[in-house]
Design a protein around this ligand. Structure first.
Ligand code: CFM
Ligand code: HCA
Length: 541
């Protein structure tokens, strides 16, 4: 029989920390918080800091963030990993980013894993010669528009100059060749890799081609990677609304999309964490404003479409958007209500990357499920706390600033939330600031927010709070399921998806319904079920 123990969230935090040595506990305490336990204002989250050595983190590396995440979904750039074969192999299609070519003549290099296969010999004598040879070989075989080179840990350690090699090969081959100093050990997580990728794509590709796409309402979709076909569903909706997507960074994208992305009227940002640098550099250089959108959740999708229509301020677009929402929502509502009758009141935990642990809470809300604990692997303070974004230049919403400015690589990080008075002053000065919502303000009181969760804490959390579902990645999946809790991968959706947009919401409701209502989990015996003295259930007030 289950013993129900009422536990204060603050005690729960103490329980999580008590096994740690004093110094480790002190550090981890800065990354664990109970929402609003310390008053009405959002307390500061100790995000984007180095993982304590010895802890089994859920994080990945800088190379993964650059090569796998940002450049991975682009189909016609030959992406060469300069490093040991494991790095290239492990980042090869595991993310389930999808693509389809429009014509038979279009290139798709995604099914290939290009690598210099660095070995001991290269480490001792240097790998630049081998890299040049690899670039030439790839060029001769595939004749791509562009070749990108990605540095792995040993490249930085032995000092190979990938940028010098890129310049030389660009000259020799006459195609765009550029490199990324995205050695895995740089920074504290994947996040450093996003930043490096954004700066180089902006410097070497964005704005290099003047080809204007026809369309009345032209947007870029930034931070959408077409995982499980999410981007296809968003494209379907945009198409129906009459909105032209010039480029997507970088789901189902091509080199030319990046090169012409400066011709869009508006940047919409889906995953802010991974691509905010491009949005801000495009705003500074080309005067393209950006707004935050979210297509995870049917209501969120409708809201984002309305936000885009509002920006263009066109009755025609508004009417179209409303018609699309009216057409799509009835089916969604029907499934939502049906599923909700079985999922209402169940609880979820979400520990994913840098935006999904926030975005997916919306989808769970739609079927009446509460997120009792969540956190990012590598997001920054703004993703937790929200921020006010102030552009470098005054943006005139009506006329784009077409005068090209020299733009420094984006180094911006945390812009704290401003007071009402500060905002008023900025507004009077002509700065079109925007509010960026963070995870914590959107969560219910007493929820537990934990940054860079590790394996020990995950197991402890499950033991105490017993969620109905745990959402994370492949490294967590089987250890969590062995505890008798279903795990939904929110990185690659297991074999499911799309989960974005209207059709995606329906898929998600069905998949979660099946998982939280399956009997199979009750047959698994977790250690605390065999030792009743360990049994405790977290009860919300
Ligand atoms: Fe953005 Fe992503 Fe994410 Fe991300 Fe990632 Fe990903 Fe993710 Mo995995 S770009 S931050 S670095 S939404 S790969 S598609 S699922 S951790 S939450
Ligand atoms: C990455 C990619 C990843 C990993 C997912 C996971 C993805 O960070 O290198 O750990 O299951 O989404 O594929 O985040």
């Amino acid at each position: 029989k289950k013993k129900v123990v009422q536990m204060d969230p603050a005690d729960l935090v103490q329980d999580l920390l008590k096994k740690y040595p004093t110094k480790v506990a002190r550090k981890r305490a800065k990354q664990i918080m109970v929402k609003e336990a310390e008053g009405a204002s959002t307390p500061e989250m100790g995000a984007n800091v180095r993982t304590i050595p010895g802890i089994i983190t859920m994080r990945g590396c800088t190379y993964a963030g650059c090569k796998g995440v940002i450049l991975g979904p682009t189909r016609d750039i030959v992406n060469i990993t300069h490093g040991p074969i494991g790095c290239g192999f492990y980042s090869w299609l595991t993310r389930r980013n999808q693509t389809h070519t429009e014509t038979d003549a279009d290139e798709n290099f995604m099914p290939y894993a290009f690598s210099t296969d660095m070995n001991e010999n290269d480490i001792v004598f240097g790998g630049e010669k081998k890299l040049k040879q690899a670039i030439k070989e790839a060029y001769e075989l595939f004749h791509p528009k562009a070749i990108a080179i990605f540095s792995t840990c040993p490249v930085g350690l032995i000092g190979d100059d990938v940028h010098a090699v890129a310049r030389e090969m660009k000259e020799e081959l006459g195609i765009n060749v550029f490199g990324f100093s995205c050695e895995g050990y740089k920074g504290v997580s994947q996040s450093a890799g996003h930043h490096i990728a954004n700066n180089q794509i902006f410097k070497h590709v964005v704005g290099t081609k003047e080809e204007i796409k026809v369309g009345e309402f032209k947007i870029n979709l930034l931070g959408e990677y077409n995982i499980g076909g999410d981007g296809f569903e968003i494209d379907r909706i945009m198409d129906k609304c009459g909105i032209t997507v010039v480029s997507t960074f970088s789901g189902n994208s091509t080199y030319d999309q990046f090169a012409t992305s400066h011709t869009a009227d508006l940047n919409t940002v889906m995953c802010h964490r991974s691509i905010n640098y491009v949005a801000e550099m495009m705003e500074s250089k080309y005067g393209i404003p950006w707004i935050k959108v979210n297509f995870i959740g049917a209501e969120a999708t409708a809201k984002s479409l309305r936000k885009i229509a509002q920006y263009f301020d066109s009755p025609k677009l508004t009417e179209r958007v409303e018609a699309v929402i009216a057409e799509e929502m009835p089916e969604v509502r029907q499934v939502m209500d049906d599923v909700r009758s079985r999922t209402e009141g169940k609880t979820a935990m979400l520990f994913v990357g840098g935006s999904r642990a926030h975005h997916y809470q919306e989808l769970f809300n739609e079927i009446g499920m509460r997120t009792i604990s969540a956190g990012y692997e590598f997001a920054h303070r703004d993703d937790y706390e929200g921020r006010h974004v102030i552009p470098d230049i005054k943006i005139d919403a009506d006329s784009r600033n077409i005068e090209e400015l020299e733009v420094e690589p984006c180094t911006k990080d945390y812009n704290p939330r401003k007071t009402d008075e500060e905002l008023k002053k900025l507004d009077e000065e002509g700065f079109k600031f925007k509010e960026y919502a963070g995870m914590i303000p959107d969560m219910e009181n007493k929820s537990l927010v934990i940054d860079d969760l590790n394996q020990y804490e995950a197991e402890k959390l499950i033991e105490i709070m017993k969620p109905d579902i745990f959402c994370a990645g492949i490294k967590e999946k089987y250890s969590v399921q062995k505890l008798g809790i279903p795990l939904k991968q929110l990185h690659n959706y297991d074999i499911g998806g799309p989960y974005a947009g209207f059709k995606g919401a329906v898929n998600f409701y069905h998949d979660i319904d099946r998982m939280v209502n399956s009997k199979v989990w009750s047959y698994l015996k977790a250690p605390w079920q065999e030792k009743p003295e360990l049994s405790a259930t977290y009860v919300w007030e």
